[in-house]
Design a protein around this ligand. Structure first.
Ligand code: SF4
Ligand code: SF4
Length: 467
């Protein structure tokens, strides 16, 4: 019985390495991205004594992230949420403006795949040589070349996995632990997981990730409009295509400018023919532009058949840059970035909460005064011990005292001592003299001010309960 597969067979793509303007541009961007990724864990940053000096450190056990001068506590988690939302809107903005340009120039999958392809080219040669080599029977030389290539791929993958792990601990110390085998299991696991996934994704899955696995690739089409910049072939210039030089000479103006050399197809990392029109597989890398320009320069034909353009520009000669979705994304991006800037500018290194005791709600003293008890929790987010003066307002004739606190400011307010990076609870007693007591609850505000300006200050609204 004959069976028919519903799926097309996977065919290995052998993209030809093509130099040119966009290839150089991509190499610069890739280089910058790789340099940042691999060097950042080794960069030091001047912080107060007691804090880690790694510029970017995601300290999971300490539940703190250090990003240059920023110190992100679990309380600041919404800042991370804002950053992620801003990054997502930035990506939408970029896609609406220039299509899959992020995929072609910045995505880690593309960058690592290109790196692996470069290694493959060094070991096995450019496209034709690689195809020939793959189809040749096994020999000693072939085995040595393949082992060499896969060895370098594995080294790059391991270096990638290791670097990722170094963001989560002191880099020199972690590296030493890796070398002497004393690194924690979680670090080993992450390292091995990333080594294997990098090796598979960049070495084997390659364009399959961009075409089938990446969820972003599936829905970014909705961000496109007719003014989005895409890579497009100009059929009005290129068609009808003709490869035969004799026929071209004979037919003259009856043939288009495309010489059907297939260069644009052989360089494409996703294996598509851009002459068939816009396709979602296109990652806007510009390799086909470099290929076509180079071929056409060789045969002395100037017109650019493939270029970055928009559907509207192809139709009417002009792209409309300022348009609804661009303005909406710009506005949203400004709001979220503005929110982040505002938060950072107004951020104080101390947080405190005041929770009124429920049992009892208030205590009626023998002299007629009313007492409320509270639990005050103070979080010192600096790297040094801090002394805070606690006061309150909003209620006449009151006295605020703290259990187990013996130090009071010259004005008679309790002074709370809190160790760096820790939360300390205190029990506060607020007593209102009988002469001032009225009935019902009353809003009050607690104020916390560090003795040194670096400690910051904060307020907390609470209530005072009365019969
Ligand atoms: S069609 Fe051109 S721009 Fe698109 S992925 Fe292929 S080579 Fe890159
Ligand atoms: S590289 Fe240019 S000339 Fe060659 S087939 Fe592609 S579009 Fe035609």
């Amino acid at each position: 019985m004959e069976t028919t597969s519903l799926y097309a067979d996977w065919k290995k793509i052998y993209p030809r390495y093509q130099s040119g303007f966009f290839r150089s541009l991509r190499l610069w961007v890739y280089g910058l991205e790789l340099a940042i990724f691999f060097l950042l864990p080794w960069m030091r940053w001047d912080r107060p004594a007691g804090l880690p000096d790694q510029a970017v450190l995601f300290d999971l056990p300490g539940r703190k992230f250090y990003i240059f001068s920023l110190e992100i506590w679990p309380q600041d988690i919404f800042l991370l949420a804002f950053l992620l939302i801003a990054a997502a809107i930035g990506l939408f903005f970029m896609t609406a403006l220039a299509g899959r340009v992020f995929c072609g120039y910045m995505c880690f999958q593309t960058v690592w795949t290109d790196w692996f392809l470069l290694v493959e080219k060094i070991f096995e040669g450019n496209r034709n040589a690689r195809m020939k080599f793959d189809h040749a029977p096994w020999s000693g030389r072939k085995a040595v070349v393949k082992i060499g290539k896969h060895g370098v791929w594995l080294l790059v993958s391991a270096w990638t996995g290791m670097t990722f792990v170094l963001y989560f601990g002191d880099a020199p110390q972690l590296l030493g632990q890796f070398l002497d085998g004393s690194v924690p299991f979680a670090a080993w696991f992450t390292f091995l997981f990333l080594t294997v996934t990098t090796y598979i994704m960049a070495g084997f899955a390659r364009e399959q990730v961009c075409i089938y696995m990446c969820p972003y690739a599936r829905f970014q089409g909705v961000m496109f409009d007719e003014d989005t910049i895409i890579v497009a072939y100009h059929p009005e210039l290129g068609e009808p295509r003709e490869a035969n030089r004799r026929k071209r000479n004979l037919l003259g103006a009856q043939v288009g400018a495309c010489i059907d050399c297939d260069s644009c197809v052989t360089v494409c990392p996703t294996g598509i023919d851009i002459r068939n029109g816009q396709q979602y597989e296109c990652i806007t890398c510009g390799a086909c532009i470099d290929a076509c320009d180079s071929v056409r320069a060789k045969v002395g034909m100037a017109s650019r058949l493939i270029r970055y353009t928009s559907l509207r520009e192809m139709r009417s000669g002009k792209t409309q840059w300022l348009r609804g979705r661009i303005l909406v994304y710009t506005a949203l991006l400004s709001i979220f970035l503005g929110g982040i800037v505002y938060y950072l500018a107004s951020h104080v290194p101390v947080e405190f909460t005041v929770i009124g005791h429920r049992q009892p709600l208030y205590i009626l003293q023998s002299d007629g005064s009313i007492q409320n008890n509270y639990t005050v929790r103070v979080l010192n987010m600096t790297a040094t011990p801090q002394s805070y003066v606690l006061t309150m307002s909003g209620l006449a004739g009151t006295r605020l005292t703290i259990g187990a606190v013996e130090t009071y400011s010259p004005e008679g307010a309790p002074v709370l001592e809190v160790a760096p990076g820790s939360v300390t609870p205190f029990t506060a007693y607020v007593r209102q003299e009988s002469a001032h007591v009225e009935s019902g609850r009353r809003d009050i505000v607690f104020h916390l001010r560090a003795v040194t300006p670096q400690g910051g200050e904060a307020s907390y609204q609470s209530v005072f309960m009365r019969p």
